[in-house]
Every structure is written in structure tokens, then in C-alpha cells.
Write a protein that binds this ligand. Structure first.
Ligand code: ATP
Ligand code: 9VF
Ligand code: MG
Length: 449
């Protein structure tokens, strides 16, 4: 049988069991899509999730409470009825009003059921795989600037910290049973990992603190990080990097381009990404003919063609903007990421020119790299720019046969860099999630605090 939701339990019993185990009579209960605002006879108001499985729903269903609220003056008869698990024929009718969610913004002093974080968990890699280190303390392994992130997890309920609620018949708490040792569940580990700073590590096997202690220490630290970020710079690291790179390329004589993100799917076929190719399966299609761009090259090809006889030689363009690919693996892949593609067409388009540009660019960001020859299905031979084992960029020395399909007939050089990968390299992030667009992390710091 399906469990009753919290609002129907309240409507049925007219009662509320607080986190501290007090039994209240409900004066008024309003519902929005997800939440309830409940006013007790004693005047206390709380906001709770309208869930079937929350602590509150369980307490009401199992009729567990510690003692009646004195100020509510719960009638003895009601207490008896409730504790005797009488399935009521004379149901107490508490009107449950549905109100627009905007009205739920009124601040409420006492939130009894903590609302789980609503952060989106990236399906690629919901857990930040931090390797345990020997010290039980949090470590700043690389001394890098404190900015961070992973997928947010809802706050797990801890058995040891739950109120000790006994049956109403004796109105006394049972003896508190302490667990013999604190072991972290996987959900708790995930929560702790998500709360670590971007460059922090932890060894769970050596950790002496309880989950609650550790969680609250980290929450305090992360709140401090966010406040000092607010005081110091107030800049989003992805936005800031985009501005820095834009400045660099504009100063180098490259024209800034913002081409459409929603593009005809035909462009992809013209890029050689036919339906049978792997990249084709990674494309987010929109309607029958459009898709979200998985790369910047089609837009830049069109601009190179249009500006060929307009701008002085060599034509230099760059674009920074969102790209989308369906990805299934890795701590270096996002489905929504930000690409920089710079290209130059006409004279000075040798491999050496390309390598100097890459050197100047990554030198300006102070990121170490090495160049490795590779190949890809779109361009053939590429020069891949690697940071440790992570590809920062694929760079190409044109021309390539595909140029004809885009009306281009001059030599060119170009490179595409992922901005989140640049951030991952620069700040030594364990997972690219912390650098990407997210509601769960701000500048790599958990927002589920
Ligand atoms: P990989 O082999 O690592 O999946 P790729 O060779 O498919 O990358 P390119 O098509 O060469 O990627 O794209 C240029 C750059 O864009 C990459 O070097 C990388 O920095 C970035 N990039 C590509 N895909 C992603 C992604 N899913 N998430 C984050 N960055 C990406
Ligand atoms: C190299 C990265 C074909 C002259 C308009 C620009 C390049 C980098 C490719 C990524 C992408 N190509 N896979 O082309 O600079 O966006 O295609 Si143009
Ligand atoms: Mg590549």
C-alpha cells in the first residue's frame, strides 16, 4: 500500500511531531508543490517537505512522540487516540490549503525537516573520487587557491543524532544507544567529499570525528570560503577565465566572435560528423533540423569565409562559448562545457606559428603542457596539448579537404581548448564538475550548506 504523504497525515490526525519529539496540535497547514507550512496551536510555524518518507511523515504514521507540547494543550483524548494507533473514523479535519510557492519565501524561524539540497547532480560523475591520504585531518595537498566542487548530495539522516522518540504510552525517552564505532556510509562519504575544498583530501579510515562533527566543520569552512570570495573578488572563475582569455586574444589581434549555439544539424554533416560516427551520437538534437553545437568550428568557418576579403591578412578570429556533447564517462568530461577556438587564415599559418601561439597563450595562464601528435575523425592529424594525462586542446594545421565544403581555400591554423579543463589543470581540481556550470558549486565550493 502506498504510504500517505505528510499533508494527508496531518489532515487525518490534526497533529505534528517536532524533531525534538513534541506532539503539537496543528492550527493551520498550507501546501505548495513541494512544501508545507504548518502552524501549531502553540504559535510555532515550521516549513517541511511534503514527503512520504521524511522523518515527520514516519513519526506521524508510526505515531511516535516523546511528550505533548505544553503550550498546545493537546487534549488527553487526542493523545490516547494517537498513541493507541486508532485508525480514526472521527478524523480531525485540518484544512490543507494549496498556495503559490512564491509565498513560501517568508522567513520561518524553525525549520524542522531540513530540506535536502536541490543541487543538480551531474549524471556523468556524481561522486568526487578523492583518494584517501594518511592524515586524518583535511589536507591542502597542493597549496592551491581555495575554490572548489562536486555533485551535491542531500544531507543523510544520521541514526545517532535522531531524537529519541518513544511510544506515547510512557512518554519517556528510551536509553540512548551509542554505536560502537563511527563508520561512514557511502552517502555520508559522498556528502563529505562534496564539502571538501577543491584541493583538500581526506582519509575516511583514519577519521576520528563523527559524520555530524565533520560535516559541520566543513560547512563552516565552506561558508567562510564563500564569504571571503564575496569580499575579495565576486567573480565566477569560469566567467573570469573567459574574460582573461578574451583580453589575451583581443590584444593579440584576434577578432572576438559570438556565433549561434543552436545550429542546423546539417552543419555537423558538413563537418564530417555523419550519422554513423561516434560524435554524431553525442549530439543533442533540437527538433528535426537543429542541434546544440558540440564544437565552434562551423560558426568560425562561416566567419572566415565572410571576412576573407574584408579583414587584413591574416584573418584572426576566436570564439569562447558553450558546447554540448552527450558524455558518459570521466572526471574530465562535462555535457555542457565551454570551448575556446582560435584560428588564423592566410599568411603565417605554419606549425611553428601555431606552437608559438599555444606557448604564449598557456604561458599567460601559467599552465604546464606538452604537445603530442594525434588524429581525429574531423580534421585527421592533430597536435594535442596535454596536461598530465588530460587533453587541454586539439590543434590543427590546415588546410584540410573539408575546407572546400565551407568555401575556404587558404592555409589556416587553429586550436580548440576546453575552459573547464584549463581550470581543472590550473587549480588541480579532482573533478571537472567543480569547474563547470553548476548550481551545486560556486567557484568549486559546495553550495549545499
Ligand atoms: P576527449 O578525447 O578528451 O573527449 P576530444 O578530442 O573529443 O576530447 P575535441 O573535439 O578535440 O575534444 O575538443 C577540443 C577540446 O574541448 C578538448 O581538448 C577539451 O579541452 C574540450 N572538451 C571536449 N569535450 C569536452 C567535454 N565533454 N567536457 C569538457 N571539455 C571538453
Ligand atoms: C582545430 C577543436 C576549421 C579554421 C574554422 C577552426 C580549428 C580545433 C578543433 C574542436 C572543434 N580546428 N574539435 O578549426 O581550429 O571545435 O572543431 Si576552422
Ligand atoms: Mg581532441
Amino acid at each position: 500500500m502506498e504510504k500517505k504523504s505528510l499533508d494527508s497525515l496531518i489532515s487525518k490526525t490534526g497533529l505534528w511531531v517536532s524533531r525534538s519529539g513534541h506532539l503539537h496540535t496543528v492550527k493551520n497547514c498550507e501546501t505548495s508543490q513541494k512544501y508545507l507550512r504548518i502552524t501549531m496551536d502553540c504559535g510555532e510555524t515550521i516549513k517541511a517537505r511534503n514527503s512520504r518518507s521524511s522523518r515527520s511523515a514516519r513519526s506521524l504514521r508510526n505515531r511516535k512522540f516523546l511528550k505533548p507540547c505544553k503550550s498546545c494543550r493537546v487534549p488527553d483524548e487526542k493523545i490516547k487516540e494517537f498513541s493507541a494507533k486508532v485508525s480514526n473514523k472521527n478524523e480531525v479535519k485540518v484544512t490543507v490549503k494549496t498556495i503559490p510557492s512564491a509565498q513560501f519565501n517568508a522567513p520561518i524561524k524553525n525549520i524542522q525537516d531540513p530540506v535536502p539540497s536541490l543541487g543538480y547532480a551531474n549524471p556523468i560523475n556524481p561522486v568526487n573520487p578523492v583518494n584517501p591520504v594518511s592524515s586524518p585531518q583535511l589536507q591542502d595537498a597542493h597549496g592551491a587557491k581555495k575554490t572548489s566542487s562536486t555533485a551535491a548530495m542531500s544531507v543523510p539522516q544520521q541514526k545517532v543524532t535522531k531524537p529519541n522518540i518513544s511510544q506515547a504510552t510512557n512518554h519517556k525517552p528510551k536509553q540512548q544507544v551509542k554505536p560502537k564505532k563511527t563508520e561512514f556510509t557511502q552517502i555520508q562519504k559522498n556528502r563529505i567529499l562534496s564539502l571538501l575544498g577543491p584541493d583538500e583530501m581526506i582519509s575516511f579510515s583514519k577519521e576520528k570525528r563523527s559524520f555530524k562533527e565533520l560535516e559541520s566543520t566543513l560547512q563552516i569552512q565552506r561558508k567562510k570560503d564563500l564569504v571571503s570570495m564575496y569580499e575579495d573578488s565576486r567573480e565566477d572563475m569560469l566567467g573570469k577565465l573567459e574574460r582573461t582569455i578574451t583580453g589575451f586574444f583581443v590584444d593579440m589581434g584576434f577578432l572576438e566572435i559570438k556565433s549561434p549555439i543552436l545550429i542546423p544539424f546539417e552543419y555537423m554533416e558538413r563537418m564530417g560528423v555523419s550519422e554513423d560516427k561516434k560524435l554524431s551520437e553525442q549530439i543533442f538534437r533540437v527538433g528535426d533540423n537543429m542541434c546544440l553545437r558540440p564544437m565552434l568550428a562551423p560558426g568560425l568557418y562561416n566567419y572566415l569565409r565572410k571576412f576573407d576579403n574584408v579583414l587584413p591578412d591574416p584573418v584572426r578570429l576566436f570564439e569562447i562559448g558553450p558546447c554540448y556533447r552527450k558524455e558518459s564517462d570521466g572526471s574530465s568530461h562535462l555535457e555542457e562545457f565551454t570551448m575556446l577556438n582560435f584560428c588564423q587564415m592566410g599568411s603565417k599559418c605554419t606549425k611553428k606559428d601555431l606552437e608559438y601561439l599555444i606557448q604564449d597563450f598557456l604561458g599567460s595562464l601559467d599552465i604546464e603542457y606538452e604537445l603530442v601528435s594525434d588524429s581525429c575523425m574531423v580534421y585527421g592529424d592533430t597536435i594535442d596539448v596535454m596536461h598530465k594525462n588530460m587533453e587541454l586542446s586539439s590543434a590543427v594545421v590546415g588546410p584540410v579537404p573539408m575546407d572546400m565544403d565551407w568555401g575556404i581555400d587558404k592555409p589556416w591554423i587553429g586550436a580548440g581548448f576546453g575552459l573547464e579543463r584549463l581550470l581543472k589543470a590550473k587549480y588541480n581540481l579532482k573533478n571537472i564538475n567543480r569547474a563547470g556550470r553548476s548550481e551545486s558549486y560556486y567557484n568549486g565550493i559546495s553550495t549545499s550548506l
